[in-house]
Design a protein. Sequence first.
Length: 233
Amino acid sequence: MTEIPKLKLNTKTAISDQIYSFLRSLIISTKITPGSSFSENALSAHFSVSRQPVRVALNNLEHDGLISVYPQKGTVVKKISIKNLRQVVFVRSSLECSSIDNIKNLSVDKFASVIKKLKNNIRDQEKKIDRDNLAQTFLPLDDKFHEIICSFSDCEMTWPLIQSVKGHLDRIRYLSLGNESPVESLIEHHKTIFQAIEDYDYERVKELLREHHNEVLQTHISIKRKYEQWFEE
């Protein structure tokens, strides 16, 4: 079985959820690489739990499109799918741009609340990130920025839906962070998007969001050259 770190389980969260989140983070960060394999039995022994919560966790990862489960054979981590990447970019861009379209339906107080959250998030991006640990300090703030954008939709399903399908995209983000995707450039993108929102130029906001989302479709090309064995069309 692929070498997997130990996980300290707690009693406050369902075991299956903890194992799912733990394995997902390892796959997303490519600490568990595409093509790696493991079995339900081996994971059960590794985490010192019954097979049932492991099975639930694996089912969730399979639903996310990150693994393939083969009866009697075990589980294999999927390669990064270019087709999936294009689809996720389309879905994400559509939902975030639709969120911007919904601003006109928000109350003044609701709009002001979201603006304040965006401003605080950008401040944190500028002041709280650790250049030596971008994966743990910048990426969560990057996700939070887009989650806040989605809150303009006033629909609680918007961000969770994006989050549930962007596993392949997130692996590209980890691989490109600090190299093909300099953090300073990403922060400037966010600031430009925010300024357009403050200027009430919502068509410009949507244009900027599409450019921001589509950038990964170029970024993955250079990443693929380095890790060609991890990709599939």
